[in-house]
Write a protein that binds this ligand. Structure first.
Ligand code: FE2
Ligand code: FE2
Length: 192
């Protein structure tokens, strides 16, 4: 049985927070870069997955859903701009930690709103079966969306159409050449 969408999203949030803590706790630049790659990979896929699969369902099912989705997209864009800057930084850069912390301050506020307001409202408005279907679709979508940050204007989500996705950068190819935590190499999107 698939988890409900609120639980699938909470699980992602906890992972992203864990990767954030691991970047800060890492003792070598190499290890910092590995967790930086993991953090970027998960946050980019999570954000685009929500934009493609979850926010349209806010709009469809909730009376204030359009305003909620627009607010969330706007907040995503602020975080994506910071992630775009952070994802290419070297740990030796004096602004490495401050850029990450500033990103996380914005992201934590957004995560809190999603978990305490937006998603509970959605769960109230849809059935358990619909929620499980949504979380399956969220998981599948995350497999093929870009895994790096490519912000665009907040009123124009970049990959919301199939055509947009076809034009998406080939992040997964360059992921092959990045450094990842652990010994298993690059994360496998189909297992996450
Ligand atoms: Fe979000
Ligand atoms: Fe989220």
């Amino acid at each position: 049985m698939a988890p409900r969408i609120i639980d699938a999203i909470k699980e992602d949030h906890r992972e992203i927070e864990d990767y954030y803590n691991k970047i800060l706790a890492a003792t070598t630049d190499k290890e910092k870069t590995q967790w930086q790659n993991q953090f970027t990979w998960e946050l980019a896929r999570h954000s685009i997955g929500e934009e493609l699969v979850v926010y349209p369902v806010f709009e469809k099912n909730l009376p204030d859903g359009k305003a909620m989705a627009d607010k969330d997209r706007h907040e995503h864009n602020t975080v994506k701009e910071k992630l775009k800057k952070f994802q290419n930084m070297k740990p030796a850069d004096p602004a490495f930690e401050s850029t990450l912390k500033s990103l996380m301050a914005d992201l934590s506020q957004h995560i809190k709103e999603e978990e305490s307001q937006d998603l509970p409202k959605l769960e109230d408005a849809i059935s358990a079966a619909e929620s499980e279907k949504l979380s399956k679709s969220f998981g599948r979508t995350k497999m093929f969306v870009p895994s790096r940050s490519h912000p665009s204007a907040p009123d124009k989500p970049p990959f919301e159409t199939v055509a947009g996705l076809m034009a998406a950068p080939l992040d997964h190819l360059s992921d092959l050449f990045r450094s990842w935590p652990g010994t298993s190499g690059m994360p496998n999107p189909s297992t996450k």
